[in-house]
Design a protein around this ligand. Structure first.
Ligand code: AMP
Ligand code: MG
Length: 503
């Protein structure tokens, strides 16, 4: 019998009760693998502001039972956790079954604003989708995802978030033993282009309809329930992804592994594996050690996005129209709309980056000329744009940006055209400066800093560099005089030229 008046002697306040709307979809969409408890879970990072924004009590998450839950070692209150099924094109090759091989959806919370968010563990142990993998994650990639995803959020770019990092007290074996860790990831959902492909590959039109309607209800409720809703869904995902990729391009972010299983239908950035920010500008820049052909190079990202979205469109064709040719024609029309959505965001962002508050015909050309100039001598992308703020006050030829270029006179020549353009919108200086500061971050998650933080944590259990970096990147647009070193590109001996997948 319950004895509710008995005093609690542990530090175990009630864990939150999670919802699980995804489990209401047909059973073939997911598996229920059960838990794989770990030896010695230790909470090394809790994102308290995010916890509060989700309506979760940080003290509960940091309690003994909370940590066990974040380590996948005790079930949350609510429905049993699930692993989601998905497929995907990896570097262009279709793999009909991927799925959560090392992740577990703990449940969903509806935050105080009414937004539903997935709470997922990554590195929590094997599932039926593990395909021979150990289902585990090493500390380094977990910290990398934490740093990068939180940096992206602070830049205002749609992204999954990181709620917590727990070390497991166990080793994972890659080329050598590494400390194991589990990331708690928060997402609008974990539904991917590859989730649709999983069902399409099985000819499961009823499943696709159920999934599409779930996605509409969850991410695009304005679409409603009418007959044209699946075409409208495709269009909405295309627009969301176009906006997302444009926002990546504006800050020099390279995702690195834009497989269709790593592309959400919500429009959030997901799966921070071999991703990195550009230091010196190069349009064909690739960091990923496995992307030898440059498929996911910086400048290819908009094209790859369209390719991926065409794969999504294919899965929706049977729902768009009974006549396949008609469905294809309609899908092609909305796919062509990507460019317009992309350019609307990219061009507006370019204008802000170079401080133009009014609109003239050749503004985008002016910005493109700067990109072309950067392509010639590879100045630091972030310093170049942030430096334009200081150029506003400097006489021609005396600002900070020219010396970033191999041929400073070439920058001066561009600057003459830029200053001429600025002369046609006098006044509003404070607004211009603020607009430029908000469009041109001073602090990005530079690869060598990420690497430094990972090395300290993995090699010496020293989390101070990780904490410091996360802290600096929370305010990417502010001048932080004490943290100026974090704005600098790597010294030659600090350069990280390759990044590796999280596996
Ligand atoms: P990713 O490279 O993170 O996009 O993962 C691609 C696929 O490999 C997904 O289905 C993952 O679940 C799976 N996977 C990656 N690492 C592991 C692992 N250590 N154990 C099992 N499955 C994994
Ligand atoms: Mg993935």
């Amino acid at each position: 019998m319950d004895t509710p008046t008995q005093t609690r002697t542990t530090d175990a306040p009630a864990l939150p009760r999670f919802e699980m709307s995804y489990a209401e979809l047909p059973a073939r969409f997911h598996a229920k693998p059960g838990l794989s408890p770990v030896l010695g879970p230790r909470l090394v990072k809790l994102n308290e502001p995010l916890a509060r924004a989700l309506g979760l009590d940080p003290a509960v998450l940091a309690s003994r039972e909370g940590i066990k839950m974040l380590a996948g070692s005790r079930p949350p209150n609510g429905a049993p956790p699930i692993a989601q099924a998905y497929a995907g094109h990896q570097f262009g090759n279709f793999v009909p079954q991927l799925g959560d091989g090392r992740a577990l959806l703990l449940g969903e919370v509806v935050d105080p604003q009414g937004r539903r968010r997935d709470i997922q563990l990554k590195g929590s142990g094997p599932t039926p989708f593990s395909r021979g993998g150990d289902g585990r994650a090493a500390l380094g990639p977990v910290l990398r995802e934490y740093i990068l995803s939180e940096a992206m959020a602070a830049l205002g770019i749609p992204t999954t978030r990181s709620l917590a990092v727990v070390t497991t007290g166990e080793k994972v074996y890659r080329d050598w033993p590494l400390p194991g860790a589990i990331l708690t990831r928060v997402a609008a959902s974990h539904i991917r282009v590859g989730t649709f492909q999983y069902l399409a590959a099985r000819g499961d039109t009823d499943g696709i309809r159920a999934l599409a309607d779930h996605v509409i209800g969850r991410h695009y409720p304005a679409i409603g329930e009418g007959a044209g809703r699946h075409l409208a869904l495709l269009e909405a995902v295309i627009a969301a992804q176009a906006r997302l990729i444009a926002s990546w391009m504006l800050v020099g972010f390279i995702h690195g592994v834009m497989n269709t299983d790593n592309m959400t239908v919500s429009g959030e950035t997901i799966d921070y594996g071999p991703c990195a920010f550009l230091d010196e500008f190069a349009a064909d820049k690739v960091f990923s050690s496995i992307d030898r052909a440059g498929r996911y190079a910086y400048s290819n990202q908009p094209h790859v996005a369209v390719w991926n979205l065409a794969r999504l469109a294919e899965t929706l064709l049977p729902l768009i129209a009974d006549d396949q040719d008609a469905a294809i024609a309609m899908a092609e029309t909305v796919l062509r709309g990507f460019q317009g959505h992309y350019e609307a965001v990219f061009h507006a962002g370019l204008r802000r980056k170079i401080g133009l508050l009014l609109q003239e015909d050749h503004d985008v050309q002016l910005a493109s000329d700067l990109f072309a100039l950067m392509a010639e001598s590879g100045p630091d992308f972030t310093l170049t744009f942030r430096g334009l703020v200081d150029e506003l006050d400097a006489p021609l030829g005396e600002g900070p940006v020219r010396t970033l270029f191999a041929t400073p006179a070439a920058f001066d020549a561009w600057s003459v055209k830029w200053r001429d353009r600025l002369s046609r919108e006098p006044g509003r200086d404070a607004e211009r400066r603020e607009t430029m500061r908000r469009a041109n971050p001073r602090y990005i998650a530079r690869n060598h800093r990420v690497e430094e933080a990972i090395r300290a944590a993995e090699d010496r259990s020293d989390f101070a560099p990780f904490e410091k970096l996360v802290d600096v990147l929370q305010r990417p647009f502010d001048d932080q005089p004490d943290n100026d070193a974090y704005a600098l590109p790597p010294q030659p001996d600090e350069r990280v030229t390759k990044t590796f997948c999280g596996t």
